[in-house]
Design a protein around this ligand. Structure first.
Ligand code: ZN
Length: 443
């Protein structure tokens, strides 16, 4: 049984235009003051379709076709989540002024379904809500009104536990806590509620996940009034924090044409984080910054679980050793998977979105963040393998199953190694490290 945890990652309020793909034409339909549809026709016959209302932005994309100069068809990439609006109209006609349901409407320029709009009025980021004039921020609503006493009790216990591993981790939990009762858990497609189980073993099973979700809170955007720019915080290890310049990324899902089918089919985090179904995930919407957000969350998740394992193992606590080692085995695979996603992101950028790729490359702290987090994550993975090798009795059926899951990842990551190596910084001297990685001021 695979449990997938999905957090509604906060999407902050800054408008960014994206490099890819170029918008050719924009058509809009203001259904009423609370609902607006925006259809963008892009290069290479792609379209993007947005529906904004007060609480969310819905998204659809696919290919469009124009036959006989004005017959217009949309083919959504989605089977279930496509928009009904326009898609199911029998025949649509398009011209420079609008999209119409009939020839008569087109000739009279009346009863149009959508009207042409100025591109410059609709050039904000993918998750920009044109009704509220903000980028969606789902998490803030999600976190309100948590008064269940078990939730607070669990929080206290997780902070106490983290303190024994790293005071910096405890600080993150104190300030950005996101534990059971906050996030949404799924088993398959089934949403499950936390059962308020405060027993030690049950909570220990969640220690890594709680830090993971709380790191998402720490990994925030902040406006720096001195340099007058937006900066993205990343926790790249216990006590290691870095601020990265927010730059013009593109949507992760654009790299899907270059991903081999076997990777799409067998890398189990693909659909959750960067596949076309992951429409609202930060790892998709925020490009490499979103991928780094997940990558660092998983790395810290694995770090605390491994440290907790070592502690329990030293105390001959066999039950909890097993719990924590299983937790490591659940997440160490993210090392291979997110490196693969980042590699595809960079590879696609280098070939097709050069300006954005160059901006990522010039973003020194982004590369330092990737370099340091990768070194940290790699050492966790190596340590995990070494433990199992030295103590074969720890490699039970569960761990063995987890180990068998990532053969494709390993094989394909090997093929993409060079672009990741190129992205790493090679001149990370102690001076640069101290200057750029903010070790002290984590709060
Ligand atoms: Zn996450």
């Amino acid at each position: 049984m695979k449990v997938v945890l999905i957090l509604l990652i906060p999407l902050f309020s800054i408008a960014q235009s994206s490099y890819y793909p170029e918008t050719q034409k924009v058509y809009t339909y203001h259904a009423n003051v609370n609902v607006t549809y925006i259809l963008k026709l892009l290069d290479s016959s792609y379209y993007e379709f947005f529906k904004c209302n007060k609480s969310k932005v819905e998204y659809d994309f696919g290919n469009y076709r124009i036959y006989d100069k004005d017959e217009f068809y949309l083919e959504s990439a989605y089977i279930k989540d496509r928009f009904n609006f326009l898609i199911y109209e029998d025949k649509l006609l398009i011209n420079e002024r609008g999209i119409y349901p009939s020839q008569l409407a087109k000739i009279r320029n009346k009863n149009e379904l959508m009207k042409i709009a100025a591109n410059s009025d609709y050039d904000k980021a993918y998750d920009f809500n044109y009704i509220t004039d903000t980028i969606c921020n789902e998490l803030s609503e999600f976190r309100l009104g948590r008064t269940n006493p078990s939730i607070n009790k669990a929080k206290e216990l997780f902070i106490k536990q983290a303190m024994e591993i790293s005071p910096d981790y405890a600080d993150i939990l104190k300030k950005y806590y996101c534990g059971p009762g906050y996030y949404t858990s799924y088993i398959g497609d089934q949403k499950i509620k936390w059962d308020n189980d405060l027993s030690e073993t049950s909570l220990n099973k969640l220690s890594g996940t709680v830090l993971h979700e709380s790191v998402h809170g720490f990994n925030r955007l902040e406006y720096d009034t001195v340099s007058r720019q937006w900066l993205h915080w990343f926790c790249i290890g216990p006590g290691k924090n870095i601020k990265v310049k927010y730059y013009k990324y593109y949507h992760s899902r654009h790299f899907y044409p270059i991903i081999p089918k076997i990777v799409k089919d067998s890398v189990f985090r693909y659909q959750t984080y960067v596949g076309i179904k992951a429409k609202t995930m930060g790892s998709n919407v925020r490009g490499i910054l979103g991928l780094m957000n997940e990558y660092t969350a998983y790395m810290n998740d694995a770090r605390i679980s491994l440290d907790l394992f070592n502690k329990a193992y030293k105390k001959n606590d066999t039950i909890n050793s097993k719990v924590f080692l299983h937790a490591v085995s659940d997440v160490y695979s993210a090392y291979y998977q997110f490196n693969l996603f980042i590699a595809y992101y960079l590879k696609y950028g280098k070939e097709k979105v050069k300006k954005s790729y160059e901006a990522a490359f010039e973003n020194k702290n982004l590369r330092i963040a990737y370099t340091v987090a990768t070194k940290e994550f790699k050492s966790i993975v190596d340590e995990f393998y070494a433990i199992i090798e030295a103590q074969p009795e720890l490699k039970d059926r569960y761990v063995a199953y987890r180990l068998s899951e990532i053969n494709v990842e390993k094989e394909y990551l090997e093929k993409e190694k060079s672009i990741l190596e190129e992205f790493k910084v090679t001149d990370l001297t102690p001076e640069i490290y101290v200057r750029n990685v903010d070790v002290a001021k984590s709060k």
